[in-house]
Design a protein around this ligand. Structure first.
Ligand SMILES: [Zn+2]
Length: 129
């Protein structure tokens, strides 16, 4: 996976986490699990959101601005921006992605049909050279 894609995957995780934390459900769970008052739970939520916002900012600063713009557009449209290709299928739109398309080293690849960022889940993940 290229550095850019790695950053995009991390950024997507953060955005999803942020959405989850913003939900009322999260506040309810926090209050029940940690036995917090409304006020305390809300305070924790704001603190966590601040940390996530800062992490997002750091990642975005490492990415080219056109990629960040595209990322945001995809998140808005699909609720995700980076998906793996499994058995040559784009997991966002189910269109067929030829293997040749995926073997350009160092390139950020986008689905020719839906435009989402694609990555190949590596079978040898965890192995570092
Ligand atoms: Zn697609």
């Amino acid at each position: 996976m290229t550095k850019t894609l790695e950053l995009l995957v991390n950024l997507q995780d953060l955005v999803n986490m942020e959405e989850e934390i913003k939900s009322d459900n999260y506040l309810t769970i926090m209050k029940e699990m940690l036995n917090l008052s409304d006020e305390e739970a809300e305070k924790r939520r704001q603190e966590t959101l601040k940390v996530i916002k800062e992490k997002k900012r750091v990642i975005e600063s490492q990415l080219p601005s056109d990629i960040v713009r595209m990322f945001k557009r995809l998140m808005k449209r699909y609720g995700r921006a980076v998906v793996p290709v499994v058995n040559e299928i784009c997991l966002n739109c189910s269109s067929h992605i030829p293997t040749s398309y995926l073997t350009q080293p160092g390139e950020v690849i986008r689905c020719p049909n839906c435009g989402i960022f694609l990555y190949m889940p590596l079978p040898e993940q965890g192995q570092k050279k």
